[in-house]
Design a protein. Structure first.
Lengths: 342, 342, 342, 342
């Protein structure tokens, strides 16, 4: 039985880890931390867990966390980087769901996150936890940086085309939309139901923190510096990310085949038949990315549609998938839940 | 391995049976019928099932259905009663999610459903499938009539008080509200998103078909004819039923204790601590009824709050719970999914 | 032209006053205050007002406010009572949308609002601003206390029956539900879209601050102390209050006629034909209360349904209606907007 | 007083015409038709109109319609073209909200709408009713074809750039999203609340009927054939269209200034300050298009955001705007309603 800890268990990725791990037969959670809620029963905060979780939140203490086989960080950025080095030194494996170890370039990280990185020396060691790209490296990693939600949806939608070398890498567009759970469980006027429901808008048009992460991954796939216009939008719903991706091609390309072949052995990427479009509800609560591709009017722009649940394949599910790989478990353990539809 | 069939698999209770049974290790679905969709892959209609269900819809044929150990009817009312007698004769066990066998009185049934009952002789044999009340009879039943969604929420909320004999049985009020999936997957203007969202209203105030079913069950519990005012409302959301129940008491009553004791051994009824109120989201996708009770200002009216997912504890989950009991399986098999929150 | 001021213009009742008064030909807003947003353009905070409102928020200053003919308080409770005495002394008329002057009994007020009332001597002078009950007193008032949102819906639904003396006044039940804009424009985790949408629940079951206000009004109507069980619920939508009211009767009562006659001359109360049920969307954005009444199965419980927009007839619209009466204007001025449907 | 008729009054654009025209002091509606609902009171179908509309639906009869000064067609496509010629002959002016007269090329129309055009000779005479482009022609028109909802949002967002000649006209992208009221008030499973809420998806990726209309308008603006990739999406809400537009530029362009100058005299187009993004809720119920423009990272792709209410500036409001122009009225008459926020 793998002994797991969760740092920062009061956010949405925390409760989602608990929901999914409750069904994982080879992992038991031994500690879940929260400074603000220390001493409170977890199922008092998250009543969906009543009957499924007997834990209480505790203060985050490195000593206790380091007795775990693996620690998940479900914290805002800039938290994990202050504790991870100690856990690494203690031999504990780490799956960080935050942004602290996603970028290889510490200066780029500082530019986008506004402060110095606390342990830049670990950036090279951290493995970017997108199993469809880095499965082998994840298996041997002590520190995995889970991809962001938008980056997961966008990369899974564009990498096959970039690897195939069939699209113009300087004019990529990612028009993405997310449910508000992506903004976390924090009291902000902008995310009130009375503000965010029954409306739709773009945000962070001049620069979202997920942009450098996406460009890093796509440039790796293209083996050259790509350029992406990335515009996120806020959807009036809780869960779900949908990315509509535009890439220019010239000449005949069998994009459907490129996608089907690229993902033919992947357990958590589903390429829809030609002519279909993925709905976010078809992945609600499930660790899957559903993709579709089209070439409207046979012109020179490919359109890729990519849908995930931002809290599952975009966060906690993908973290567990990485953990399964790290510990040599069946990659699908604990991740077989079916999307809730309707 | 129990061989199961589903009649009427294109509705919401049908897809929910499939979602839940996919995680049930002792049941396999061998046939799922739909006249309208015969020949179509199930996961083409319900893309959340892609990768989890390899079935196609077939025409409903008694011969084939009768090879099953158990057949679920996920049909509109008046369908099951025409086929059930043949399946019974063939020795197949039946779990009917529709209203055809819920009322013991054929004349009352005709009054509310507007036609003659096709097999009134089976009404006495049918067992009302509320495990918290009829567990033993369900175990021995060949035909189980699953309770309606409102009746489940209302009965679980009032039966403990009626059994305890502490409330006035002639002035009960059930103010209930349901998400629109309760209306089924049928094209009706009233249930369009543009009509039903961003609004709230009562409906069927002068008489909803679930009233006689609820009164039958509550009268059994009270061992006397009770009288209930039942007003359902339509919620602008997909899943969830919430019932707010009002019952008049006189003198001191420890209602919290009555509920906790009544349900102490029940795996799927959760009595919240005093002072809490159940949220429908805390049961979304889960086979559980969460209850709370209060006595505002210590006056003479008790308020009980009862929340279920209408498609799970109010339909398909409860049907599987009954099946588990009928076949001597662990009552919780396939029903351990945790509610999706947020 | 009436010169109006608004204190506390950054909340939802503030922006709603602006929306409605923009279409009022006899009122101009000369000042709108907000400590937090002083100096900011109003339409920067509320972009729906771009092109319709040229004001900036200013610090609240009594001197400036007292130059207005009328000042609206769109503030949380306990704010108005500290400024109103000075404005009254200056001869300015006041319409308070908060709870500060709604209860006549200062001790009862303190019990529910948790502090001493700052000017209990004004409570007797304040007129409760429900035009359907107090039209004449409003006309002569210098200080009007606008009813709360729930109290408006509940009182308009029960007063005709109480005046007619046909219902048991000790067993009244008000089961009410509100959109989340009723909780105001404040950053609270509970009101996030990710928390409050796609769910339904009761709250404040053991005592909501609107209870004493409702009981005061209903007792006046009954000319005797009534007793009400009041359970509010939170709806997953922005605007709208729906109250389902239960009252016990004995013998024949033509409730439909009682309502139609009681409200026959009221411009903003609409009694629906028998058999109908009001939808909150039918009043969205409009200053109207739609009512319906039924007597299910001709038993002894009447069911009244009452729907308002909590921000219009439940707050800002009713405040303008009161102001129109106070200044001898057409009671409907500025209030003819039609509900937005769909 | 202008005498107006509405053909097809049971859909959403019909009820929206009624809502807006009720506040128009120079127009009275004398007839509103519906085959299905003939004889029924309009406010029985649309309860928001109770107290504001005394009309009944009647059978559509040319004779009666031709006594109107102006007739609005709020019908599905292929209806208007069979009646308009007779009304034209009778001298009645026509504002068609459907697609029948939007394309100048009858063969293109047939290709997209699947049947022969009934009166191709009128296509040249019809004026495309986008006031910001065709104000003068509208003034003199007998037949105005109102733009579609997507075409309004997309054209208003791209025309200034095309007129300025600063963008590549062969690689335009319009990523658009609409609330479900755009699909009309028709019973379809796909548009049920239980299907379309809490989800997001693209649709009609391989070709939406609004594409040729948009390309016609944009090509006019560019004075050359443009090429657009247009991908519409379905939003889980009732009203609102948001278009995110991508256009490639080279070299320095002051896009903010281009937009501000282009629309400086337009009463119903609002260019937001740099750095802002339009929310659909800021136009809910209002006849306005709010626009913003950005150039992320100063790279070579401009991003334009355009938000309208599909039923107002995208349909009925724009139709009234055109009518105001046709009859020499103040262009803003009846169109001053402020968006409902929150």
């Amino acid at each position: 039985m793998i002994k797991a800890g969760i740092v920062g268990g009061t956010g949405y990725t925390g409760v989602e880890l608990l929901r999914l791990l409750a069904g994982h037969t080879e992992v038991s959670i031994s500690v879940i931390t929260s400074r603000a809620e220390a001493g409170r029963r977890v199922d008092d905060l998250f009543p969906n867990l009543r009957g499924h979780c007997d834990l209480q939140f505790t203060e985050p203490e490195v000593e206790r966390l380091s007795t775990c086989d693996v620690v998940f960080f479900a914290t805002p950025h800039t938290v994990a980087m202050h504790t991870v080095p100690q856990l690494m030194a203690a031999g504990t494996r780490v799956v960080d769901l935050s942004a602290d170890f996603r970028l290889r370039d510490a200066r780029l990280w500082s530019h986008w996150y506004g402060e110095q990185h606390a342990c830049p020396e670990l950036l090279a060691e951290a493995v970017y936890g997108l199993p469809e790209v880095n499965r082998e490296q994840i298996a041997g990693a002590q520190l995995v940086a889970c991809p962001g939600c938008y980056p997961t949806a966008v990369q899974l939608g564009l990498i096959p085309l970039l690897r195939a070398g069939v699209v113009d890498i300087r004019s990529l567009v990612a028009n993405a939309a997310s449910g508000v759970s992506g903004a976390g469980r924090q009291a902000k006027v902008d995310n009130l139901l009375a503000e965010a429901s029954d409306s739709f808008q773009a945000y962070a048009v001049n620069g979202h923190r997920h942009l450098p992460e996406i460009e890093q991954g796509l440039s790796d796939a293209a083996d050259s510096n790509i350029q992406l216009t990335f515009v996120p939008h806020l959807l009036p719903m809780i869960r779900g990310i949908h990315a509509t991706l535009y890439a220019r091609v010239s000449g005949p390309v069998d994009a459907q085949q490129i996608f089907e072949e690229f993902y033919q052995d992947e357990p958590f990427v589903d390429v829809l038949p030609a002519g279909h479009a993925p709905q976010t509800r078809s992945v609600r609560g499930a660790n899957v990315c559903r993709l579709a591709v089209a070439r409207p009017q046979q012109r020179d722009t490919l359109v890729v549609m990519s849908a995930i649940d931002n809290l599952v394949k975009g966060a906690s599910g993908q973290a567990i998938q990485a953990m399964n790989i790290m510990f040599g478990l069946d990659e699908c353990s604990g991740l077989q839940t079916i999307a809730l539809l309707p």
